[in-house]
Every structure is written in C-alpha cells, then in structure tokens.
Design a protein around this ligand. Structure first.
Ligand code: NAD
Length: 449
C-alpha cells in the first residue's frame, strides 16, 4: 500500500526539500518496503568488527547466499546498502573501537534507507564485568547511531546466545531487508539452538496454518495478507459486524473467515476447531484484535476499564488455554502478540489501554519462560507498534496526530504492513530460536524509547 502523509510528500518535492532544509524541518523520506523479487539490500554491505568470529563467518556465508554483496573495505565511491558490525568477541571497553572504526567513515556513505546491524552477545551471559559492560555498551551505541542516521536509514542490535551464530542469520537478514522499514533502534535476542530452514525462502510459511484475530481491517488485515503472501493458509477472525470486510480479506488471500468475538469464553476452542477441521491443524497464532476507550483516568468508568482489559488482555489468556494446551498448536508453532509503545511508556488518557498492553508484555515473559512450551519448540514474541497510519490513528485529533507522526527518528508514521512484516518474521521457522522478544515497530519513537 503506497501511503504518504501530506508533509512527507511536500518535503520530497523539489521546493519542499529546499524549504525544509532552510528551516531545519524534519525531512522524512519514503521508506523502502518489501517488493518480492527485489534484492535484499540496495547496494553493497560493509562487514567489519572485532576479530574473526564464528558469528561473522556464519553471517558471511548466509548473507552471500541470500544475494548480498559483502565488502570488507569502504569502496572508493558509491553508496552502501548496509553495514554489519560484529562485536560478539568484544570483551573490554577498548574493543569497542572496532565499532567506531567501522561505522564512523561508513555513515557518510550510507544510501537511502540503508541499514546498520550491530551484532553482540547477551550481556547477562558474559563471564567478566568488563565483558558484560562492553556488551551492554552496544545498546547505547546502537540507539545513538539510529538517532544520528538520516534518509530512512535504521540501526538495530542483534544479541546472540552461545551457539546461536547460525540461527542469527534470519534476524540479521530481516534487519537488513526492506521488511524492517519502521523497526529502528531495537534489540533482538536470538536464543541458542538450531533454526529451521524453510524450503522456499519466498514462501517461508508454506504448508502452515495461521490465525489472525481482528483481521477485518487495519493492522490485522495487513498481517493476514503478509502471512498469506508468505505461503500460510490464514484463518481470519473478527466480530460479526465486521463480517463483510472480513470475508473480503479472507477471499483475497485464499484463507477462511471466522466470525467470532475473542472475548467469548468459547472463542479459543471455536477457532482451534475451525483450523483443525478446515485446514488440518494450527501453527501460528497472532493475537491482534484490540480496542481503545480513551479517557483520563479521572473520567474512566468501570465499563471502559473492563472492556479494554478484556479484549486486549483477558481474551488472549483465555484463548491461549486452548491454543497452548495439549491438542492446540502443533509443535514448533509460533504465537505473536500485539502490544503498543503506550504499554511501555504509558500514555495520558490511555491508562486502561496501557495497562492491557503492558500486560501483554508480561504474558510474553511468562510464556517464553515456560519449560513445557520451550520443549515443544513453541515461540512467543510481541510487536509494540508506535504511530501507525490506520483508522484508529486517523481519529486522533490533528495536533496530537502530527506529534505522534513526527516524534521519531524517521519523522513519519509507520504503515500497517510494517507491523505485519515483523510479525511474519516471528512466524517463520527460521526464527525457531527467537522467543521472548518485544520489538517496537515505531521508527525509534521518542515515546518509550
Ligand atoms: P482497528 O481498530 O483498525 O482494528 C482492530 C480490529 O479488531 C477491528 O477489525 C475490530 O473489529 C477487531 N476487534 C475488536 N474487538 C474484537 C473482538 N472482541 N473480537 C474480535 N475482533 C475484534 O485497530 P488497528 O489500528 O488495526 O490495531 C490493531 C492492533 O494494533 C490493536 O491491538 C491495537 O491496540 C494495536 N496497536 C495499534 C497502533 C496504531 O497506531 N494503530 C499502535 C499500537 C498498537
């Protein structure tokens, strides 16, 4: 979906660009988004770091196979598509010089919507205080680089658990690709173990059955489309009044529509039964349905409080009793929840909503730590969208909307597809070792940063 807010269109024009430069106004650029068949990155990827590590060797092989052109030195001329800096062997603050030495000259040479990906190790697994401090330093550095970048470029950090060097490839690929357009200044954790390799990289979800709640419109419809495009058979769920729109989405992607209110006690069992009888089982669940009932807390009655907590949080807990039970999701399945940056930072007038969305993060923590689910290879992650251009945000008053749009490092709102792409990344077996993550899709919003 091509969407440009009026301001972004203006500053992308010749006159608008001059005006914005003169006045020092933010200059958002149209972000590069995934188009099937296009190369992973636009231009060569500079690879550098501290020492020759197993992580770097695995990434070199994998990225080259994925069609990226890797270079070890900054080319004489031309723009870079990205930079991958491996600091996984950095053990003392002095070792961080490799980050500066690689990035400092490269940042001037980044192309439009280029990518910086820093690779480190989980600080909590470090064996010395110096190593832990050094690895923790990468987060501050990466988030600062993200704030320095312009022209739609992003910087993100991937933290490896011991033995996850090969499994990290899918995450680094996602961050280099156009699919991560609005993911900026995030830390992604890759757990130990082996990742799956989908037979067809263009259809990583081929043969999988996915459920998306709230799929009739907005972000949910786009999630259903992304999962369908990636090869999944999608069960699209929404309330009966949204039935007509729901059927359109389901038909468009060759899935099925199921009219169900997620707050009903039997909702989980009904969805599971539908997935089983119509499609033979269930592999991926995306809990996207959500509502807002905004009011200052002083004006919030019990009904506004209860309804938001029930749709956004209570329903997930209840439905997961069916999905995560013995006869629910198939082994190796993936659950993705939708939180919000309001659940991280809090938001005036959204106490009920922020409580529900922070609760969602608590659910991710609990499920990801569950030994039984781990044994079954079930991953649980969440996305926390920032300002996304949807009917929900179109109703926000103009001044608040304009602030939400601009107060992030990319100076624009994200699109539903940006959230959907991150969910599709979590839903792939290539991410079998990625669990317990909450990734903000917010362009490094100043809210909750
Ligand atoms: P939306 O209002 O456009 O769509 C939500 C969908 O959920 C609708 O189709 C609605 O009918 C459905 N739904 C609501 N209650 C339901 C119920 N009880 N049972 C089944 N379906 C139900 O919202 P959106 O902007 O697309 O948001 C999708 C998700 O993303 C929500 O969880 C929302 O909280 C979250 N989110 C959105 C933004 C944003 O900027 N738009 C930011 C952060 C988080």
């Amino acid at each position: 979906m091509a969407h440009r807010d009026g301001y972004t269109a203006f500053v992308s024009s010749g006159v608008g660009k001059k005006v914005a430069t003169t006045l020092g106004l933010p200059q958002p650029v149209p972000l590069r988004r995934h188009v099937p068949g296009r190369p992973l990155v636009d231009g060569p990827v500079l690879v550098g770091g501290h020492g020759a590590t197993p992580a770097l060797a695995a990434l070199r092989d994998g990225l080259t196979s994925a069609g990226a052109t890797l270079v070890d030195e900054l080319p004489e001329q031309g723009r870079l598509g990205g930079v991958v800096v491996d600091l996984s062997a950095a053990a003392t603050p002095a070792d961080l010089e490799a980050l500066r030495a690689t990035l400092s000259p490269a940042l001037r040479r980044l192309g439009r919507c280029a990518r910086v990906v820093v690779v480190g190790r989980e600080p909590a697994r470090a064996s010395t205080p110096a190593q832990r401090a050094t690895q923790r330093a990468l987060e501050g550095a990466t988030r600062s680089v993200a704030k320095e970048l312009r022209s739609g470029a992003t910087a993100n950090l991937v933290l490896l658990a011991p033995g996850s060097e090969v499994a990290a490839l899918g995450t680094v690929e996602f961050l280099l690709s156009a699919r991560s357009a609005y993911v900026d200044a995030q830390v992604l954790h890759v757990g130990e173990g082996e990742a799956g390799t989908p037979a067809d990289p263009d259809e990583p979800l081929a043969g999988k059955v996915a459920v998306v709640t709230g799929a009739a419109r907005g972000i949910g419809a786009e999630i259903a489309r992304a999962l369908g495009r990636d090869g999944a058979t999608v069960v699209c769920v929404d309330v009966p009044p949204a039935g007509a729109a729901l059927a359109v989405v389901a038909n468009e992607i060759g899935g099925t529509a199921l009219q169900a209110d997620v707050t009903r006690p039997e909702a989980g069992a009904r969805v599971l039964e539908h997935a089983r009888t119509r499609h033979g089982g269930l592999d991926v669940v995306v809990h996207n349905a959500g509502i807002t009932r905004d009011k200052l807390l002083v004006n919030t009655d019990a009904d506004r409080w209860r309804s938001v907590l029930d749709v956004n949080l209570g329903s997930i807990l209840r439905m997961n009793e069916a999905f995560l039970g013995k006869d629910g999701l198939r082994d190796g399945g993936h659950v993705v929840l939708v939180s919000s940056i309001a659940g991280i930072a809090g938001n005036r007038g959204q106490t009920n909503y922020a409580a529900s969305k922070a609760g969602v993060i608590g659910l991710v923590d609990a499920y990801a730590a569950d030994r039984g689910l781990r044994r079954r290879g079930i991953t649980v992650n969440a996305v926390a969208p920032g300002f996304i251009e949807t009917e929900m945000t179109a109703r926000v008053p103009f001044a608040t909307r304009e602030l939400g749009r601009r107060l992030n490092s990319l100076a624009q709102g994200g699109l539903p597809v940006d959230v959907a792409e991150t969910i599709a990344y979590f839903a792939s077996d290539a991410q079998a070792t990625v669990t317990g993550n909450v990734v903000r899709v917010c362009g490094q919003s100043v809210l909750g940063a």
